[in-house]
Design a binder for this molecule. Structure first.
Ligand code: ATP
Ligand code: MG
Ligand code: FE
Length: 349
């Protein structure tokens, strides 16, 4: 089974060819970071235009590298939401057109489902597992019970974790994207110099919140001499990273306890999304998982951040179950994985 995947929901334009033997035959990921850098964040119109400009070429390169023709595909899978709608329309329309032209089924993939199923592509693990999805746009804890069966245990009630990294880095003058910049600066910083809050710590649910921490950092920065000295910036970065990791660890510990009780067959804690690149977070999560009796699984970085291999793989998982989607499937800017979950106040999805 051979599926072409297309991903255009945020600031990566990506194409990949994956088979049901868990092989990524070829893939392309084009990051738009440089295009958005002058604006300090992703500009939706710039993103959509850039997807349109580059997607066809990336698909052609992917097919050529794998030496395959469209006629050999079993389906075309494209992200159909959630995300920046202009970009989603570009990718989904391209996927539909290719499927129609090649006479193959089209699969409308939920971007979050792509992230959620990545560990089955990389490690072939069985259901159920506990998933922490931490990226620029999302921060959720899900029990993954099967394809299309996701139970949300917690979500952010305000900012996503990556968003908090990006905003704090901007305030501290550390540049964009903020995650890598904060991680780097924190290496030489003192995490204990400034007292910062640990949002939600000790709360009985599994939700996240980062806006209070972000505001505390803003007030702290305003109280320091500007521009920040390298030492002050490093201490702010280290303090913020420690507080955020501590808060996430508390939430995941709680979710793991619940997961172990309700899904006793589950063996893994999977972490995915761009913030999973953070070394401090990975180390802490490994400790949390061990204490909870779970094994931590973090897919390789290139498959943690946005990519099309995960979309192609989600397509394969759906196709194997006999799914396909109509060509008039409407792209969805919002598309929760667990429609039964109550929406947290202020949360996007
Ligand atoms: P989505 O939420 O739709 O997946 P996205 O494109 O914003 O969208 P990713 O590409 O998965 O998400 O991740 C980007 C985010 O990850 C950014 O917010 C970035 O700052 C953060 N990030 C990347 N590396 C690190 C790191 N080492 N530490 C912390 N955060 C990081
Ligand atoms: Mg991205
Ligand atoms: Fe993503």
């Amino acid at each position: 089974m051979l599926v072409l995947g297309i991903e255009t929901s945020c600031d990566e334009t990506a194409a990949a060819l994956v088979d049901d033997g868990r092989n990524v035959l070829a893939q392309r990921v084009l990051s738009q970071i440089e295009e958005h850098k002058p604006f300090g964040g992703v500009v939706p119109e710039v993103a959509a235009r850039s997807h349109l400009l580059h997607l066809d070429r990336l698909i052609a390169e992917t097919m050529a590298e794998a030496g395959r023709r469209f006629a050999e595909l079993d389906a075309v899978a494209a992200t159909a939401g959630p995300g920046l709608i202009g970009g989603v329309i570009v990718g989904a329309t391209t996927g539909k057109a290719l499927a129609l032209a090649a006479g193959k089924p089209f699969l409308a993939v939920n971007h979050l489902e792509g992230h959620a199923l990545t560990a089955r592509l990389t490690d072939g693990i069985d259901f159920p597992y506990l998933l922490l999805l931490v990226s620029g746009g999302h921060c959720q804890l899900l029990a993954v019970e099967g394809v299309g069966r996701y139970r949300r245990l917690g979500t952010t009630i305000d900012d996503a974790a990556g968003e908090a990294f990006d905003k704090v880095a901007k305030m501290a003058g550390l540049g964009y994207p903020g995650g890598p910049a904060i991680q780097q600066a924190a290496l030489s910083g003192d995490p204990a110099r400034f007292a910062l809050p640990r949002p939600m710590k000790g709360r009985p649910d599994c939700d996240f919140s980062f806006s209070g921490l972000k505001n505390a950092v803003r007030l702290l920065i305003e109280s320091l001499p500007r521009p920040l000295s390298p030492t002050d910036a490093a201490d702010v970065a280290a303090g913020f990273q420690a507080a955020l990791v501590d808060s996430i660890a508390d939430r995941v510990t709680r979710a793991a306890r619940r997961f172990r009780a309700e899904w006793p067959d589950g063996r893994h804690l999977v972490v995915s999304g761009g913030v999973a690149a953070n070394a401090a977070l990975r180390q802490t999560l490994a400790e949390v998982a061990t204490r909870a009796g779970l094994a931590l699984l973090a897919p390789p970085l290139a498959l943690c951040t946005d990519n099309a291999a995960m979309i192609a793989w989600a397509g394969i998982e759906k196709l194997r179950l006999g799914h396909s989607d109509p060509l008039d499937f409407a792209p969805r800017p919002r598309w929760p994985l667990d429609p039964t979950a109550p929406r947290a106040v202020g949360a996007g999805v």
